[in-house]
Design a protein around this ligand. Sequence first.
Ligand SMILES: [Zn+2]
Ligand SMILES: [Zn+2]
Length: 339
Amino acid sequence: MKRNELLSFTASSIYCPSADIHIDPWKPVERAIITHAHSDHAKWGCQHYLAHKDSEPILRMRLGSDISLQTLEYGESFTINGVNFSLHPAGHIIGSSQVRVEQQGEIWVASGDYKLQDDLFCPPFEAIKCHTFITESTFGLPIYKWKPQQEIIDEIKVWALQNKLQGKNSILMGYALGKMQRLIKNLQPFDQPVFAHGAIYNVNEQLRTAGFDLPYIPPVNNASKSDFQGALIFATGSVLNTPWLKRFEPYSTGYCSGWMAIRGAKNRKSIDRGFVLSDHADWDELNTAIDATGAEKVYVTHGYTDTFSRWLNERGVESAEVKTMYGEEEEAATETTES
Ligand SMILES: [Zn+2]
Ligand SMILES: [Zn+2]
């Protein structure tokens, strides 16, 4: 741990020594700033949490309704021991924030996870000028290049309608927090009956109760087999190759993830259709975001850290990879941990 740096990388977090506060700690600490509610960034057991107000419903659902949580608006700032902190949109999922840290004119930004495409559900990414930028690199290879969201939404609509015409249900899979709200928001109005897996239903209802503009999607458990005729069912990837799917026969499966860009990823998971839709930045977006910050130094936390930081160095941006425990959320981990 270098003493002279505004933020440092410790065995438990991204840490600000001057303010004694941690960003996205993976071990319990006293005070934590949470960039977003995905499980690899929002760990249980901290004494005090601080996050954007839109993260509150899911943080309380996942970490406990009684956690000590202070929330902020985007752009609102607070100071601890001469260090100024503020949160800014990361465009990744609802509530996702970059953490801007400033001390005596020196500015660092820890971005958590982010994407540049506007998903029309969470506020879009805003580039923040800084001296040092901390980035993820989940899809930090040139082979990852996302199509505009609307093209993917149209592909999904056509697929689901074709299934309906063939008398099949459509099982559309992806991560419960983030991906599913993005899909539900953008696929409506629906051309067929819709249902949600329990995990997705719970996240949606938590957000709807908090006032977010999402349509009601009934849970599959309240429906009977006769309801599933040409229906669209929102499900998590955990249902693949499980008896849960039986009630929907005949059906076709579709999976939404950035990993679907890799030839073979779909086949390995025995999915009928892959849709390349990610809540992370692609190669161009990573480079665009980094350039927009004007940062002199970039730390790469998770993903293709080695390759991506080497690339940045080659193109004249001083960069280093750092070891963190991020990247275990479902999308980031699909290739390595899911069968
Ligand atoms: Zn995330
Ligand atoms: Zn992450």
